[in-house]
Design a protein around this ligand. Structure first.
Ligand code: SF4
Length: 354
């Protein structure tokens, strides 16, 4: 047992104890229907990390264990979170998510964690994806057919999440942060779709009763979910609301509820090419009447390379923001956001795009 394995405990970080065998960790969205069909409980480690009481301390713990400073903050946080919460099994996406996952898997394996690889084929080949889902199901002791039944049972819940999204961008009753939170949680449905559904219905009945509160500016947020704690509230303070959360919305699979399991995960844009993602983003820029888009990138993330393609591929102004460690926005980033929103307001007053 390494130094890190000896010093990390869930209570020190406000983490749940996930050492029981039914828990299976996720590094990103995978066909969660397979996990439920196997009678297991999926836990998105990203959500566990960022909602812990001390995410900065988890990042620091990874550095203490030897993780380089120039590794993405999410990866450092995920590594330490998995060890601290004691999880014994993790599904790691080896293609279609993160270039740093392979090495992270190896450092988990060193601690005796069972790592199950899953790969989204870059070319969206249906046969290859089907083979991956079947292999995944077999590894967990279930079948594609059983997972299909779970997929069908989740359709009403996915429709309700789509309604929450509508309450955000069309009815102006749900904030950008609430939209982010509910959608991002669809990667694992909090481990229990029935409980998640009950909580969602509670939230929706409260939101429906609110007075509509239209924003001065309508923004899109694209890229990986932000590691920054106050981005949405800072934007709200400027009268700018995020009415489109790109990746978080993709986690909900609301565009493909009519598809079978393979079709559903082929329609999911995040693991595939940036051009496929752009098609979805452009559709939503028009549908939701966005004034501009924030492209969030993580320090040391390979996805930063795609920023130039994204900027050229969208017809609305794009502000690229970079985050590193968990915590609030720094002064420079706040200034850049203020300048961006002011320029969008000016353009709107003058009736033109920048
Ligand atoms: S932000 Fe980039 S580097 Fe970090 S985990 Fe996500 S894909 Fe990987």
């Amino acid at each position: 047992m390494s130094r890190l394995g000896q010093v990390l405990w869930p209570a020190d970080y406000g983490l749940p104890d996930l050492s029981a065998p039914q828990f299976i960790g996720l590094t990103t969205t995978v066909p969660v229907e397979v996990i439920f069909a196997a009678g297991l409980v999926p836990v998105d480690l990203n959500n566990v990390f960022i909602s812990s009481q001390r995410p900065q301390a988890l990042v620091a713990a990874a550095e203490l264990a030897g993780y380089p400073r120039n590794v993405c903050g999410w990866i450092r946080g995920l590594y330490a979170t998995a060890l601290a919460c004691g999880i014994r099994r993790i599904v790691a996406v080896t293609q279609g998510d993160c270039s740093q996952t392979h090495a992270m898997m190896e450092t988990w394996e060193e601690h005796g964690i069972e790592v199950i690889p899953f790969a989204f084929p870059y070319d969206r080949d249906p046969q290859l994806l089907r083979a991956q889902i079947e292999r995944f199901a077999e590894r967990l002791g279930t079948t594609l057919e059983a997972a299909e039944k779970v997929r069908e049972s989740l359709i009403p819940l996915r429709h309700r999440i789509a309604y929450l999204d509508l309450l955000t961008w069309r009815e102006h009753k749900v904030s950008g942060y609430e939209n982010h939170l509910w959608q991002v949680r669809c990667s694992d449905f909090g481990g229990d779709p029935a409980r998640f559904s009950a909580q969602l219905e509670d939230f929706l009945s409260g939101a429906e009763a609110r007075e509509p509160n239209p924003p001065r500016l309508r923004l899109g947020f694209m890229g990986v979910p932000p590691i920054l704690s106050d981005l949405y509230s800072f934007l709200d303070g400027l009268g700018a609301r995020v009415v489109f959360n790109e990746t978080q919305r993709q986690f909900t699979m609301v565009d493909s509820v009519h598809c079978d399991l393979v079709g559903q995960y082929l329609a999911y844009t995040y693991p595939y090419s940036v051009f496929f993602r752009l098609e979805d983003i452009r559709r939503n820029v028009t549908l939701r009447g966005l004034d501009g888009v924030i492209h969030y990138v993580q320090s040391f993330c390979f996805r930063q390379i795609q920023d130039s393609i994204i900027r050229r591929g969208l017809s609305v102004p794009v502000l690229t923001l970079e985050g590193d460690a968990p915590g609030p926005l720094d002064a420079r980033t706040k200034l850049r956001i203020e300048a961006f929103t002011e320029s969008l307001l000016l353009a709107r007053t003058q009736g033109k795009n920048l």
